[in-house]
Design a protein around this ligand. Structure first.
Ligand code: SAM
Length: 280
């Protein structure tokens, strides 16, 4: 079993390796947590799994037993060597690649399984959000994602309206997916021990079409209305666009909103409606 502190240290020693901080290498060394994460996915023997950043394979080893096939993306060639030597290769495909540069759509054409494909990742913290948005935006058959992320980021990714964690990131995620925080993972479940605790979150694509024609402008609008948390939507918009206060008050009231409204009070649907009321 790879997911223990002694086994992790033994494997690193065997290959004369140390965890590389710049690649976000904090390995999971708590077998209970590894099983708890994988239990959440409810894998069947006909499912496929895409794992990003398998490291020495703490989760991969179990995924291989429970799923039909596992496709891993690992940037570090040293880890790729460990994986290909330590794990049974039958249903494992390893790509030594930066996942952000990977051509997921074409890779999945060669990764056929009978049932669903899910993504599982103890994400390298320094590129958490770009990886999540790449996965949500690319048009693949994958609809379910399970991520380990820094606690603070996880709270924001899954933030709900009218709570302190709700911000532009929460809106842009729930624009595309249903996000849930599953459970917390304390920092001492990793080797080396990081400076922060983590959480496991799940994302399920909703496939909902809000009819937003210009995505980039919408993203910018969402970021702008949340730019200064304590400011009203009107004040935030005045700082970014050339609308007069009167024009903004009129648009807000056409949507039934008061002048003093703050972005955190609005649901995603209400934000989309407000956005559509503007002509930029
Ligand atoms: N999954 C392992 C575990 O839970 O023990 C390791 C998790 S560690 C937090 C993150 C892993 O992602 C490391 O193995 C690191 O080398 C890899 N990684 C970092 N940046 C990556 C990238 N851009 N693409 C693919 N893998 C990356």
């Amino acid at each position: 079993m790879i997911g223990s502190i002694t086994e992790t240290k033994r494997i690193l020693d065997k290959y004369n390796l140390q965890a590389k901080k710049k690649l976000g290498q904090n390995f999971l060394v708590d077998g209970n947590i590894i099983h708890k994460i994988i239990d959440q996915i409810n894998l069947s023997k006909e499912d496929g799994v895409v794992e990003i950043g398998p490291g020495i394979g703490a989760m991969t080893e179990i995924l291989l037993r429970q799923a039909e096939k596992v496709l891993c993306y690992e940037i570090d060639k040293d880890m790729v060597e460990v994986l290909s030597r330590e794990l049974t290769k039958g249903n494992l495909l390893i790509k030594q690649e930066d996942f952000l540069k990977a051509d997921l759509i074409s890779d999945l054409k060669n990764f056929k399984v009978n049932q669903r494909i899910v993504v599982v990742s103890n994400l390298p913290y320094y590129i958490t959000t770009p990886i999540i948005f790449k996965l949500l935006e690319e048009e693949t058959s994958i609809e379910e994602f399970y991520f380990m992320v820094q606690k603070e980021v996880g709270l924001r990714l899954t933030g709900k309206p009218k709570t302190k964690d709700y911000n532009s990131l929460s809106v842009l995620i729930s624009f595309q997916a249903e996000a849930n925080l599953l459970f917390e993972v304390k920092r001492n479940s990793f080797y080396p021990v990081p400076d922060v605790d983590s959480v496991i979150i799940s994302l399920k694509k909703t496939g909902k079409d809000y009819g937003v024609n210009n995505r980039d402008k919408f993203i910018e609008f969402v970021q702008n209305i949340f730019a200064m948390r304590r400011k009203t939507i009107i004040n935030n918009l005045m700082a970014k666009y050339s609308f007069s206060r009167k024009e903004l008050v009129d648009i807000m009231s056409s949507q039934g909103h008061k002048e003093t409204l703050r972005a955190e009070e609005l649901s995603v649907k209400e934000i989309v409606e407000l956005y559509k009321a503007f002509v930029f």
